[in-house]
Design a binder for this molecule. Structure first.
Ligand SMILES: Cc1ncc(COP(=O)(O)O)c(C=O)c1O
Length: 439
C-alpha cells in the first residue's frame, strides 16, 4: 500500500501515524479513536497558502470548518495563515474560541437564523455570504436594527455541477444553495444588495461540488462567474473585489481514487489561479482578491480511525461481517452516500489482504456499515482495525446514535499523541436530559 508521508509501517509491522504506533495508541486511549496527523494538516495548509501566493498574490485560503471543527484545529490552521469559513453559530463559536480572528471568518449557510446573524455581526465576522433573495432583506433589516454595515459576498450558482470523475454544465436552478446566474436570479440579487446601504457587496462565492479531481469544471465555473462579474460592472458599476471559489479538491479514499501528494494540490491551485488571471485579462476586469476554502483536502487524509474488532459473522457463500466497536455514530458516510474506505489491521499492517469482508458498525441499523466488500487479512476478535482518510466529515458528522459516545480525537506529532477532543462520558451524553415536572 502506498501510504502518505506521515503514515508508515514500523519495524514491528504496526501502522504508525505521526510517529505513533497505532496499536499503542489504541491501548492507551481506547477505541474507537480518531487520530490526526498534525504534520499532514500543516503541509496541506502550506500547499494552499504558498500556491495561492505564488500563483496569484492577493489571495487567502480559508479552512472549511464543516470538514472538522474543534478548537485545536483552528489554532493550527490560523498559525499557518489560513482563515476559516463557518456555517453555524456552533462553528463560529468554536473558531473564535480556537483563536481564529473574526475578520478572517466567512459565514455561509442557506438559512442563517436571526440569532446567528446577530452573533456574527456582533463578533465582527469579516464577511457574510448571502445565499438567497430573502436573506438580503433579512440581513439588511438586522444590520439596520443593530447599527451595523456588513461586508457580503453573493453565493451564485454558475450551473456547473462537478462530481468525482465527471461534471455537467446545467442550467439547473433547483439547488438550495446560491442564486442561479443563468436564470437571472443572481442579477436580481446583485441589484437588491446594491440598493441596501447596510450591505457592502464585495463580490461572489461559488462551490461547485466536492471530491473533485477534474479541473475543467473549475475552469468553466471561473469563466462563467467572471463573465457575470463583467456584466454586473457594465450594468451597475459593481467592482468585484473578491472571488471565493469554494472547496472541493478530492482526496484518496479507496481504489479508483487518485493517489495525490502535496504537489498535486499546488498544481490544482495554480490551474485555478491561471484561469482567474486569464479570464480577467480576456474581459478586462481588474483582478479580484482570490479565496479558496478547502476542507477535505486539508484534514481528510490526515486522519485515521482505530476500532477494535468484535463479533465476526460469516454467512457462508454470502458475506462475512467484521463487527467493530464504532459505526455510523462516528462515521455515517457509508450510510449517507455509500462512501468508500480502505482498512487494514494495525498490528499486521503489511500482511496481504486475503478475504473479502464488510465492516459492520454496532448500531441498531442494517445500513450501519463502514465499508462493504473490502479486502482484509483474516480478522479476529481483539484485532485493531485502522480505517484511512477519516479526518474529514467523520468527527464533524458524528452523533450519539444509540447513545454511543462520540470518540475522542488525538493529535499525533513526532511520536507524541494528546487529546484535542476529550472522550465523552455517559454523564456528558445524558447531561441535558431532564424530567418533565409531572413525571
Ligand atoms: C460552501 C462550501 N465551501 C467549502 C466546502 C469544502 O469542500 P471540500 O471539503 O470538498 O474541500 C464545502 C463542502 O461542502 C462547501 O459547501
Amino acid at each position: 500500500m502506498n501510504l502518505r508521508e506521515t503514515l508508515r509501517i514500523n519495524e514491528r509491522g504496526h501502522l504508525e501515524i505521526g510517529g505513533c504506533d497505532t496499536v499503542e495508541l489504541a491501548a492507551k486511549f481506547g477505541t474507537p479513536l480518531y487520530c490526526l496527523d498534525e504534520k499532514h494538516i500543516r503541509d496541506m495548509c502550506r500547499a494552499y497558502r504558498d500556491a495561492l501566493a505564488a500563483g496569484y498574490g492577493e489571495a487567502q485560503a480559508l479552512y472549511a470548518s464543516k470538514a472538522l471543527s474543534c478548537k485545536a484545529l483552528y489554532k493550527i490552521v490560523h498559525s499557518e495563515g489560513l482563515g476559516a469559513d463557518v456555517v453555524s453559530s456552533g462553528e463560529l463559536y468554536t473558531a473564535l474560541s480556537g483563536g481564529m480572528p473574526a475578520d478572517k471568518i466567512y459565514f455561509h449557510g442557506n438559512n442563517k437564523t436571526g440569532q446567528e446573524i446577530v452573533y456574527a455581526l456582533n463578533s465582527g465576522v469579516g464577511t457574510i455570504v448571502i445565499d438567497g433573495d430573502d436573506e438580503i432583506d433579512f440581513l439588511s433589516s438586522i444590520c439596520e436594527r443593530e447599527g451595523k454595515r456588513a461586508s457580503v459576498l453573493l453565493r451564485v450558482n454558475p450551473g456547473v455541477e462537478a462530481h468525482t470523475h465527471h461534471y455537467i454544465q446545467t442550467s439547473k436552478v433547483d439547488s438550495k444553495f446560491g442564486l442561479s446566474i443563468k436564470s437571472g436570479d443572481a442579477e436580481r440579487g446583485v441589484k437588491n444588495i446594491l440598493s441596501r446601504k447596510q450591505l457592502d457587496l464585495k463580490g461572489f462565492h461559488c462551490h461547485i461540488g466536492s471530491q473533485i479531481f477534474e479541473l475543467k469544471p473549475f475552469k468553466v465555473a471561473v469563466a462563467i462567474i467572471l463573465d457575470f462579474a463583467a456584466e454586473m460592472r457594465r450594468k451597475y458599476g459593481l467592482i468585484t473585489r473578491e472571488l471565493n471559489l469554494g472547496g472541493g479538491l478530492g482526496i484518496w479514499y479507496a481504489k479508483g481514487d487518485r493517489k495525490t501528494n502535496v504537489k498535486d494540490y499546488k498544481d490544482f491551485v495554480k490551474v485555478i489561479c491561471d484561469a482567474v488571471r486569464e479570464n480577467c485579462e480576456r474581459i478586462s476586469l481588474d483582478r479580484p482578491r482570490l479565496l479558496l476554502e478547502p476542507g477535505r483536502s486539508i484534514v481528510g487524509e490526515a486522519g485515521i480511525t482505530l476500532y477494535t474488532v468484535g463479533n465476526i459473522k460469516d454467512i457462508k457463500g454470502i458475506r462475512k461481517y467484521v463487527g467493530i466497536d464504532g459505526g455510523m455514530f462516528d462515521n455515517p458516510r457509508y450510510a449517507l452516500y455509500q462512501a468508500k474506505y480502505t482498512a487494514i489491521l494495525a498490528k499486521r499492517a503489511s500482511e496481504q489482504p486475503a478475504e473479502k469482508v464488510s465492516i459492520a458498525g454496532k448500531c441498531c441499523e442494517s445500513g450501519d456499515l463502514i465499508a462493504v466488500d473490502v479486502m482484509l487479512p483474516p480478522a479476529k476478535r481483539g484485532d485493531i482495525l485502522a480505517v484511512f482518510s477519516t479526518g474529514a466529515y467523520n468527527y464533524s458528522m458524528a452523533s450519539n446514535y444509540n447513545r454511543n459516545a462520540v470518540p475522542p480525537v488525538v493529535l499525533c506529532k513526532g511520536g507524541q499523541a494528546e487529546y484535542i477532543v476529550k472522550p465523552q462520558s455517559y454523564e456528558d451524553i445524558a447531561r441535558n436530559d431532564t424530567f418533565a415536572s409531572w413525571l
